[in-house]
Design a protein around this ligand. Structure first.
Ligand SMILES: CC(=O)N[C@H]1[C@@H](OP(=O)(O)OP(=O)(O)OC[C@H]2O[C@@H](n3ccc(=O)[nH]c3=O)[C@H](O)[C@@H]2O)O[C@H](CO)[C@@H](O)[C@@H]1O
Ligand SMILES: C=C(OP(=O)(O)O)C(=O)O
Length: 423
């Protein structure tokens, strides 16, 4: 098994460039299925999830060429299948986003229930209710969802019970080519939704209001390919920012957009870090004192759930008691037990974790229980006394582009080793 081996104690210093956003690139690659001509996408991060989403849409007849590092050319003229294979869908929840484009272009879709992720049950009822409102009939058999809309999708007024990111994206893609107008209320407002809408509009769609909680979509008959550069990854940026604050370092996170990171910036300042918002990135300098701070995750523009684990890593070494409350996912505290192995003092009370800061963490063997938990354990390893070994790296590989090389360039003592070879 491969592991990351980290020797803590080195402050992160220097410049790191943020890659394109995982949570923007996945829906954007899927949205390319709607184009009748070729799209060129740039700022594509090197991630296992990008590979998986490309495999999913290739299996449906879409041609994808990697022109050079970070650049994909996608041609969906030959889209010819309507069933997404189970072994790919189970690997990544975002695969379920192909349902919208398949219904729009092929009027039917068959997709396995997306793979359960350890952070919560993650149902897809809001996606399905929205498709039903647009005229689709949906059946579930043998773990597969079959949706059909023989007369084509019709625009509808849809209210999401929760501002789900994935459901908003699926509706945007379906409604872009539906007949008539769709009004989506209580829509998700994340920057990744805006990026998807920008791309769809450059493909010929008519979408207004993305980034607010009401999105209006006037359906068009066809869409064409377009050129698009994916936005920077605010969660990757946030991970390095927390790393700088934790290690008492000084890091310029190039390409990070401060307008996407307001809650994190505010909380880092509360902890005692200095944060400078610059035109081409964000500089974070960690102080010697770290004060305890409370956070509560919320849909955008609230504190992102995808930064909760990394921020909790920081609170483990803040002076005093911090409370971290998770409201978006019901089971996103798997990292707590791993932090405890490293000497952190944390107890869980319902949806909150109460963290009593300790002066030092100790290196230990720990497991990445999910993507952000993995990143959080790496951050903990950077400040721990002695050696930390982080296993189950496939979680981290899903969503961080060259994490080890980027950390090494910032001065971290971190290597990736194959433990079997070592023995
Ligand atoms: C690929 C991608 O972009 N992933 C992000 C996306 O996931 P994802 O799109 O899956 O997240 P959602 O916003 O849909 O989920 C938020 C909450 O709504 C619930 N829910 C969602 C859909 C549904 O039909 N029914 C339902 O109950 C979920 O179980 C969860 O508790 O947004 C999450 C919330 O910001 C992030 O953590 C993920 O990194
Ligand atoms: C939960 C995450 O991703 P996904 O929705 O792809 O599982 C994440 O990026 O932290």
């Amino acid at each position: 098994m491969e592991k990351l081996v980290i020797r803590g104690g080195k402050p992160l210093r220097g410049t790191v460039r943020v890659s394109g956003a995982k949570n923007a690139v996945l829906p954007i690659i899927v949205a390319s299925m709607l184009g009748m001509t070729q799209s060129t996408l740039t700022e594509i991060p090197e991630l296992a999830d990008v590979q998986t989403v490309c495999d999913v849409i290739r299996s449906l007849g879409v041609e994808i060429k990697k022109l050079q590092k970070g650049v994909l050319e996608i041609d969906a003229a030959g889209l010819n299948a309507t069933a997404a294979p189970y072994d790919l869908v189970r690997r990544m929840r975002a695969s379920f986003l192909v349902m919208g484009p398949l219904l729009a272009r092929k009027r039917k879709a068959e997709i396995s229930l997306p793979g359960g992720c350890s952070i919560g049950a993650r149902p897809i009822d809001l996606h399905l209710k929205a498709f039903e409102a647009m005229g689709a009939s949906i059946t579930l058999a043998d773990g597969n969802i079959k949706a059909e809309v023989p007369q084509g999708l019709k625009g509808a007024q849809i209210y999401l019970d929760f501002p789900s990111v994935g459901a908003t994206e699926n509706v945007l893609m379906a409604a872009a080519m539906a007949e008539g107008k769709t009004i989506l209320e209580n829509a998700a407002e994340e920057p990744e939704i805006v990026d998807l809408a920008t791309y769809l509009n450059s493909m010929g769609a008519n979408i207004r209001g993305a980034g607010t909680n009401v999105i209006r979509i006037e359906g068009v008959k066809t869409l064409h390919g377009a050129a698009h550069a994916v936005i920077p990854d605010r969660i990757e940026a946030g991970t390095f920012m927390v790393g700088a604050a934790m290690t008492g370092g000084d890091v310029f996170v190039e390409n990070a957009l401060s307008e996407h990171l307001k809650p994190l910036i505010a909380k880092l300042k509360e902890v005692g870090a200095t944060v400078e918002e610059e035109i081409d990135g964000i500089r974070v300098m960690g102080g010697s004192q770290r004060r305890s701070v409370d956070i509560k995750t919320l849909p955008y523009p609230g504190f992102p759930t995808d930064m909760q684990a990394q921020f909790m890593a920081l609170t483990t070494i803040c002076k005093g008691t911090s409370v971290v409350t998770e409201t978006v996912f019901e089971n996103r505290f798997m990292h707590v037990d791993e932090f405890k192995r490293m000497g952190a003092k944390i107890r869980i009370e319902g949806r909150s974790a109460v963290i009593e800061g300790v002066p030092v963490l100790r290196g230990a063997s720990v497991s990445a229980t999910d993507l952000r938990a993995g990143a959080a354990l790496v951050l903990a390893g950077l400040v721990a006394e002695g050696e930390t070994k982080v296993g189950y790296l496939y979680h981290i590989d899903r969503g961080y582009d060259n994490l080890v090389a980027k950390l090494q360039r910032l001065g971290a003592d971190i290597v990736r080793v194959n433990m079997e070879e070592e023995n």
